[in-house]
Design a protein around this ligand. Structure first.
Ligand code: PLP
Length: 691
């Protein structure tokens, strides 16, 4: 089985083997409580002191405090609480403290959230003030200068988690000094640990939080530096551990592991040098440029951590890039890890004023300083394979013609969808309600498959398709004589049920009929016999109103209604469709799948990942039975066939179980009672097999 390549180091890292050994030793042999005065306790205390001394030297904390805690989120809370409590006391004593809590626009969410939380709880009523960044991602120092006299607390980061952009800490310090700013200053150093030299006591930084898991220590261990003389209020009180700065029995396994990582950093014999890491990034960037034409990098390499790349590809959504990389077992993230599930535009890239397509389509590729050249070479090979898969799937411009698709294709974006009706034999197609957001995608697809677009139809009048027509160039049929809905002036007619004769368009063996309904149009697709499109022959109806009375009597029980909006990801609806479907009854775990396959050996396993994921997939998929590939974008076409054999058993599978669940729900809703989804998808199937 192909091993995974982990390129999401800014989210978290694996644990250094020596750190695992140290944690195991702390749990197995040196398990004492460091507060106990017997030998077991003293042994644990020695471990704790050793780790702290190493951290103090490495970070150059001078006379400052350095306490262990659970991670940066806690460190940020403690810093904010400490600063705000001191500000409140100073204000109560009649001192002018400034009115602004200033934070960088690209800070991790933990910072503005903590500021708002403690400002409210402590009743300070200060104003949160977002400090803009420039298009290169560094803080706007003029804007800082302008607000410095009113700043009570300033929060900036040393390096950004999404872009790796390195802040101008010296520049910020000089603005604070030049303006005589009395604000406290917190610098989030999470991404800087092990990648940038830090001499904290030589700066005027008051607070600096760290998280161990960003640099090969486990999750749940972190550190907070507090400058000597900076105000401090403990967040957690109790048994007085950590010199009463952070009570609670210490996380000794975490501290032992983090201490081991810090010792390795101090020795300088474990991690790659800055130059080596820069070389690795350059190699990854070259591989990405070759694989993904038009790629743009969103972070300036000359001022970013050498371990981070952030990029967008025209015409590709971050979800699609994530899926293809994941299929090739290359783990990357879209935007920041927290918003990866939603793939919302990145607020970091928005703050850098990048266009929406870049901030919404961004991928972060990041690695740790333990990475080696062999891993980078392997990553480059897999990137090339992802590029080839996307080209073969016609998602990015391709010189060669892909294998022709046939039937219906649905592209969706934010609830709306574009439909493509394709006839492979004649290499001609019709587009229905194409969305402006899909222009690049449709163009790439049509050119790559060398289709001729017979018509670009809309279900409502007044839609502007000019940009798409222009983009399609010679692939679009002349629309000189098309009406306001894009319907071409053709002499063909077909007779519908009830005897109505309507305009028709031939698409290979299929006929597309146009039903005029006031300001709306409905399009019926089916196989006409001797100029008649009978109810039973209408397989698909395209409409933006599925309940339109005009459709009654023209469509039947077997007709699938293809909506122009699909907020709920229902793909299509049918006359027999149930309103809701219970999720529990259709989800199978791995054991459930095996039982089902034993009972129904002819069950059809349907992989609903897109073609390009299938093509990029490095492994033989770990499941018994025969697997058929039907991408979700072509579910509607196939649903019609599966419904015709309603006693068959269908098991849908995808990468993580989300898309397969939607597919199984769709089939159940349409009346197919034996459709299931494999929970956790291929990701968990692989784990179950490995176990
Ligand atoms: N600050 C930055 C820059 C981060 O990248 C992260 C984690 O993603 C945090 C703070 C929060 O760290 P943790 O979740 O370990 O508490």
């Amino acid at each position: 089985m192909t091993t995974e390549i982990y390129l999401d180091g800014n989210a978290t890292s694996p644990v250094l083997p020596a750190a695992i050994a140290a944690a195991t030793c702390a749990m197995g042999q040196r398990y004492g409580n460091p507060s106990s005065s017997h030998a077991a306790g003293l042994s644990a205390k020695a471990l704790l002191d050793q780790a702290r001394q190493c951290a103090r030297r490495l970070l150059g904390v001078g006379e400052g405090r350095l306490m262990f805690n659970s991670g940066a989120t806690e460190g940020i809370q403690t810093a904010v609480l400490s600063a705000l409590v001191a500000l409140r006391e100073r204000r109560e004593q009649g001192e002018a403290i400034g009115s602004l809590l200033v934070y960088g626009a690209t800070e991790h969410k933990a910072v503005p959230e903590s500021l708002a939380h403690w400002n409210r709880l402590l009743g300070l009523n200060l104003t949160l003030h977002k400090l803009p960044v420039n298009p290169q991602g560094t803080h706007d120092l003029d804007a800082l200068r302008a607000c410095a006299s009113e700043a009570a607390l300033v929060c900036t980061m040393a390096a950004n988690n999404e872009t790796g952009v390195i802040s101008d800490i010296a520049g910020i310090q000089s603005v604070l000094e030049q303006t005589g700013c009395k604000a406290y200053w917190m610098v989030d150093c999470v991404q800087a640990l092990g990648k940038l030299a830090l001499h904290l006591a030589e700066t005027r930084i008051d607070y600096a939080p760290f998280s161990g898991h960003k640099l090969y220590a486990p999750k749940g261990i972190g550190m907070l530096y507090v400058r000597a003389g900076a105000p401090f209020t403990p967040l957690i009180v109790g048994g007085g551990q950590e010199s009463a700065q952070r009570s609670g029995t210490e996380n000794m396994a975490g501290i032992a592991a983090l201490g081991t990582v810090l010792a390795a950093l101090e020795r300088g014999d474990t991690f790659r040098t800055h130059a080596e890491l820069e070389d690795y990034r350059a190699r990854l960037a070259d591989a990405l440029r070759a694989a993904l034409p038009g790629i743009v990098f969103n972070n300036p390499f000359e001022n970013s951590l050498p371990t981070t790349l952030n990029f967008s590809v025209p015409g590709l959504a971050s979800r699609e890039l994530m899926d293809v990389f994941d299929a090739a077992q290359v783990r990357v993230s879209s935007g920041s890890a927290c918003s990866a599930a939603k793939a919302a535009p990145s607020y970091v890239l928005d703050a850098m004023q990048l266009p929406l397509w870049r901030s919404a389509g961004a991928i972060r590729m990041s690695f740790g300083p333990l990475t080696d050249a062999a891993m980078i070479d392997d990553a480059c090979r897999r990137i090339a394979r992802c590029g080839a898969a996307l080209r073969a799937g016609c998602l990015i411009p391709s010189e060669r013609n892909g294998a022709a698709h046939d039937g219906l294709l649905q592209m969706g974006v934010e609830g709306a969808c574009s439909w493509l009706v394709l006839d492979a034999a004649s290499r001609s197609c019709v587009l229905i309600d194409p969305l402006p957001d899909h222009t690049a995608r449709i163009e790439a697809f049509v050119r790559c498959q060398n289709y001729r677009v017979q018509a670009i139809l809309n279900t409502m009048a007044g839609q502007q398709n000019g940009a798409l027509i222009e983009a399609l160039g010679r692939h679009a049929a002349s629309r000189v004589s098309a009406d306001a809905y894009g319907w071409p002036a053709l002499p063909d007619k077909v007779t519908l049920a009830g005897g109505q004769s309507v305009p028709a368009l031939k698409l290979g063996a299929r006929t597309l009929a146009c039903v005029v309904d006031g300001a709306q149009r409905h399009y019926l697709l089916g196989q006409a016999q001797q100029g008649q499109l009978a109810v039973a022959a209408v397989r698909f109806a395209f409409s933006n109103n599925q309940c339109a009375p005009a459709l009654q009597g023209l469509t039947g029980a077997a007709t699938l209604l293809c909506p122009s909006r699909d907020e709920q990801n229902q793909f299509c609806a049918g006359a027999m469709a149930a309103a809701t479907v219970c999720c529990d009854s259709l989800q199978l775990d791995h054991a459930g799948l095996n039982l089902l396959l034993a009972a129904h050996p002819d069950a059809l396993l349907i992989d609903v990942r897109e073609d390009y994921e299938y093509a990029a997939s490095a492994t033989v998929l770990p499941v018994a039975g025969k697997v058929q590939s039907v991408p979700l974008s072509r579910l509607t076409e196939h649903a019609a066939d599966w419904l015709a054999t309603a006693d068959s058993t269908l098991v849908f599978i995808c990468r993580s179980g989300n898309r397969s669940l939607k597919a199984a729900q769709c089939l159940r809703r349409l009346g197919h009672q034996h459709s299931y989804s494999l929970t956790g998808g291929w990701a968990l199937a692989a784990l179950a097999q490995a176990a």
